[in-house]
Design a protein around this ligand. Sequence first.
Ligand SMILES: [Fe+2]
Ligand SMILES: [Fe+2]
Length: 140
Amino acid sequence: MFTWNEKYSVGFDEIDTQHKKFLILTDEVRDLIGKGEHENTVLNKVNELFNYAKWHFDTENIYMKKCRYEYVEEHSNEHKKIIEKIQVLRNDLGKFDADFGTELMLLVKDWFLNHLLTTDRKLYNCIKERNMEDEIIFDK
Ligand SMILES: [Fe+2]
Ligand SMILES: [Fe+2]
């Protein structure tokens, strides 16, 4: 089980809420699988997570542009890799069983440990240092 911990906070409630949503959606996917729901129902939930990830990454791209952030390319490349991993898992596994649920959870865990704690934190620290939080976080 992979759960939220305050160490994952980037210091902005709105962004933490978005990041928490990935854990909620992952749990929902696993619940649906556990209840033996139809594959299409599971797929719909996986797609919800996929689309939410794309929306969240687009949001961060907007922040990076507004902030004239220096590391847009490396940050965006990590986003692309996460999207690809979700696509591969969704398309190549072929069935939505307990193993899929576990793989999805491990993917999200890897994303939190290797992107959120480093790359995302660097971006949000930069936003704080440049005092751009009002324009960026709450102006969408
Ligand atoms: Fe990010
Ligand atoms: Fe993020």
